[in-house]
Design a protein around this ligand. Structure first.
Ligand code: KG4
Ligand code: ZN
Length: 344
């Protein structure tokens, strides 16, 4: 049986991430110090198919996993014997890819007789903020906004969060993608809407902002989505011209107003020192600038992860694993891949 180290000692974790089309391994010291973060991207391999082909991705992960792990150890200047734990993403993601990373990590933990720690990929994206911005001070309010998630979290201290609320229906990114599709302006929808909105008037159409005044931290975007679709249909039926840029800008502003209102509610009702954003929608510059402006009134800084840590990488998984290690939250070797693992 292994001895669990205390937070006074240096803890070295090898983490692997294989949930989509990046094979990545990283050595992280004490949760926030990245000694290596090797990412082998398969983007070029899948480009000709117009999207990630799961079977091709798993085969490539299988080919790359061992060299990528070796490279991560080499770059970190350590050997297997120096490791205190091995971590891997166990969901959400493509099940074939997840299984490759999980099996490699579990095999290593077993052979080295050290703990194995399974990590939720979405939690990883949140923690990439803490690696990127070491000055983040708890307590923290964190909004995670991606294609599959819209969740508001509260961190009393790093490593310990509780969920304040989340979406009742669509995720924010999903709403962006669906509206971009009905407007016929391309995929992924978020960047397309952001771009065209720059030439539109955000006050042109007064779309509804569901749940914005409710005394909770929940979100709902399906009513807003329906309102945009109805608006377009009505115009078309009356033979009136639609200004796509105005509709996009008004929709985007409605989403931004909702997101900011719930963050501000969290800031006003809890002791808070920092606000962080994570997930694809946090790339939206209108959201970032309006939120940062609003937070100035509360003397609060807004943080987002640096670009290299926004895309999939194993360092963020190693960071989550460290905080789990300190709490003794180890996973059994029977832990399996969960394609639809949720945070909320
Ligand atoms: O976190 P992410 O990269 O992937 C997953 O959801 O797994 O998020 C992707 C989502 C998509 O829905 C995309 O439309 C949205 O993030 N997104 C944006 C922007 N860039 C990406 N939404 C609004 N504005 C953007 N600039
Ligand atoms: Zn990801």
């Amino acid at each position: 049986m292994y001895r669990k180290k205390s937070s006074e000692e240096d803890i070295l974790i090898l983490a692997v991430e294989t949930s989509c089309d990046e094979t990545s391994a990283s050595v992280v010291k004490n949760g926030l110090e990245v000694l290596s973060n090797v990412v082998a991207s398969q983007v070029e391999l899948h480009r000709k198919y117009g999207g990630v082909v799961p079977e091709i991705a798993s085969r490539k992960h299988l080919e790359l996993i061992n060299p990528v792990i070796e490279e991560a150890l080499l770059e970190a200047g350590i050997g297997f014997a120096d490791l205190d734990a091995v971590a891997a993403t166990y969901g959400p993601g493509l099940v074939g890819g997840l299984l490759v990373g999980l099996s490699a990590a579990k095999a290593l933990a077993y052979v080295l007789d050290i703990p194995f720690i399974g990590v939720n990929h979405i939690t990883g994206h949140i923690y990439s903020n803490f690696i990127s911005n070491k000055e983040i001070k708890a307590p923290v309010v964190c909004l995670t906004i991606s294609g599959g998630h819209t969740v508001l979290l509260y961190f009393e201290k790093l490593g310990d969060y509780r969920i304040l609320g989340g979406t009742k229906d669509d995720a924010a990114g999903e709403a962006f993608d669906k509206i971009a599709r009905v407007l016929g302006i391309g995929y992924p929808g978020g960047p397309a809407i952001e771009k065209i909105s720059k030439s539109g008037n955000p006050a042109a159409v007064d779309f509804p902002r569901p749940l914005i005044n409710e005394e909770n931290y929940d979100f709902s975007f399906s009513g807003l989505k329906t309102a945009v679709i109805n608006y377009l249909h009505n115009r078309q039926q009356r033979g009136e011209e639609v200004n796509i840029a105005d509709v996009a800008a008004s929709f985007q502003q409605a989403v931004i107003d909702i997101l900011i209102a719930k963050i501000i509610r969290a800031v006003e009702n809890n002791p808070v020192n920092s606000v962080i954003l994570s997930g694809g929608v946090s790339a939206n510059s209108a959201l970032k600038s309006q939120l940062a402006e609003k937070l100035k009134g509360y003397n609060l800084p807004l943080y987002t992860p640096e670009l290299s840590l926004c895309t999939d990488n194993a360092a963020m998984i190693g960071s989550v694993a460290y905080f789990k290690y300190l709490k003794g939250e180890f996973s059994p070797l029977s832990l399996s891949a969960r394609a639809n693992l949720k945070l909320y």
